[in-house]
Design a protein around this ligand. Sequence first.
Ligand SMILES: [Zn+2]
Ligand SMILES: [Zn+2]
Length: 181
Amino acid sequence: MKTLEFIVREISDNQSARHEVWVPPAEIDLELEEAQFVGEIHGHLQLSRRAEDVYVKGSFSTSVEVECRCCVESFTTSILGDIEVQFCPADATTPSAPWQADTGERYYLGDTIDLSEEVRQSLILEIPNWPLCSETCKGLCPQCGENLNVTDCGCQIAEEASSPFAALADLLDRSDRALES
Ligand SMILES: [Zn+2]
Ligand SMILES: [Zn+2]
């Protein structure tokens, strides 16, 4: 049984139960290329059941290692995800997939609810899509490729050379001069 699976009849009726969980990332299929999940996912869950419907609320925190878009160094950042789900038992009229992401309805088959996909989605949403190791990351030297956060390579880079407009201005300047002569 997975950490995020719960047996419905074991959830007390009309009473909310709190659970603290530690989930290995591999268990909920969080092995991604763009972000390495570091360590376990720590979560706090609140489960309550009314007859056969189960209501779940939870918050999860973990750390991911990502690559800075500016200096390409890897760094670790923490992310938080929240879930809030209402599960209903599947019956003959229920679509065959236990998952109806578009309608927001969740069904469980048999006697077990599985929060894995919910938690997985909530954490994937929180992975920064433009990670920066710091707001003041200096990036790489355009000339020698050194990480400017670590070393001052001393390359003399003309301020204008780094702007594409500067190159254009330079070109216009030259054609101006060619016209004059
Ligand atoms: Zn950086
Ligand atoms: Zn340099």
